[in-house]
Design a protein around this ligand. Structure first.
Ligand code: PXP
Length: 283
């Protein structure tokens, strides 16, 4: 039922027509906050499954859901139904605990993204400390990998954390874009974007597949989507919020269009006298 690999197909609005810079960029839609709304009334609506179906119809490449230890939004039954009923790869975000590992091994999602988790936090604050947590994380990365689940580590755009993720044998890293998104427009945001660019290049040099996410919106997505070595973005809160105003499908389609535009080279006209090699490609 569930497609085996997110890297094969999908993303109608974002298809690689052979011109996209750095290859096509996938979108995983995080549906956690549909469950937040549902749980506010302890009922059954709005249904995360319905959101996942709409995401598929809008061209998303995958569904992302975070099963938190306190089950504040997504619950166990949501994971079971997402795995059973949705025809898109599932990226399960979870803490590195024995309980979560058992759940992942039972449902065998396409991917697991290991994230740090504190009960008191409002959302995932900061990335994993892969350097300090190496001994704890190693058996989780190994067990998930052996089960054929693609493991990613959610980390800050820090070269030392990337090196540690590489040493641990994780095939994928997801760069935390929260601090870039939170920065005011201007030099501070530019600086944080540059950190993301360097980290994405470093990931590629290490042979790690690079994803990114957290806090992205229509305003902040374009510069991140333009980083050619990033292969996937995971976006949730903004899309679910925007759905209130323009609908979920429209919000996802607009996000996919922005991602595709950021990835598509534009030929900038050059003076007739300039040699062909000087034709510039800009996003
Ligand atoms: N990626 C990871 C690893 C996350 O933990 C989250 C939040 O659950 C997201 C992406 C999506 O973040 P947001 O909901 O802010 O778009």
């Amino acid at each position: 039922m569930v497609r085996e690999s997110m890297s094969i197909e999908g993303g109608a609005a974002n298809r690689d027509d052979g011109r996209a810079r750095g290859g096509r960029l996938r979108l995983g839609v995080n549906i956690d906050h549909v469950a937040t709304l549902r749980n506010a009334r302890a009922g059954s609506r709005p249904e995360p499954l319905r959101a996942a179906r709409l995401a598929a119809a809008a061209g998303a490449d995958g569904i992302t859901a975070h099963l938190r230890e306190d089950r504040r939004h997504i619950g166990d039954e949501d994971i079971e139904r997402l795995r059973r009923e949705i025809d898109l790869p599932l990226n399960l975000e979870m803490a590195a605990t024995d309980e979560m590992l058992a759940i992942a091994l039972r449902h065998r999602p396409h991917a697991v993204c290991l994230v740090p988790e504190k009960r008191t936090e409002v959302t995932t604050e900061g990335g994993l400390d892969v350097i300090g947590g190496r001994a704890h994380l190693a058996p989780f990365v190994a067990a998930l990998g052996q089960a054929g689940i693609r493991v990613s580590l959610f980390i800050e755009p820090d070269p030392a954390q990337l090196d540690a993720a590489h040493r641990l044998g994780a095939p994928v890293v997801e760069l935390h874009t929260g601090s870039y998104c939170d920065a005011p427009f201007g030099p501070e945001r530019d600086h944080r974007l540059e950190r993301l660019r360097r980290a994405a290049a470093h990931a590629q040099a290490l042979g790690l597949e690079c994803h990114a996410g957290h806090g992205l919106c229509f305003e902040t997505v374009t510069p991140v989507a333009a980083i050619p070595t990033i292969r996937e973005l995971n976006i949730g809160h903004f899309l679910i919020g925007e759905a209130i105003f323009i609908g979920l499908e429209a919000a996802i389609r607009q996000m996919l269009a922005l991602m595709a535009a950021a990835r598509t080279p534009t030929v900038v006209p050059t003076p007739i006298s300039a040699p062909l090699s000087e034709v510039e490609f800009r996003s």
